[in-house]
Ligand binder design. Sequence first.
Ligand SMILES: [Zn+2]
Length: 85
Amino acid sequence: MRNPVAKAWCCVGIMMLGVGLMMTSLAFLKTPGLVYLFLIIGIAVFIGGIVLHYAIVRCPHCGSHLGRLYGPRCPFCGKEYNKAE
Ligand SMILES: [Zn+2]
């Protein structure tokens, strides 16, 4: 997978999974120990998604972290990040 947009969505998916785990633990689990366990796993998954985003969602030309992707061009070097030359 070389497309930064696909990678970014993948990371957002992981973050959502973490949030989902946190919400699920707070909403449905009645055992305090399990709630804490799932909360910690959820937070870890969420942070993992953010870290992964910073690690892999990068411009193929200048290597800058792209953050939120607006338009087809890298905001730092102005080249199209979907075209890796
Ligand atoms: Zn760039």
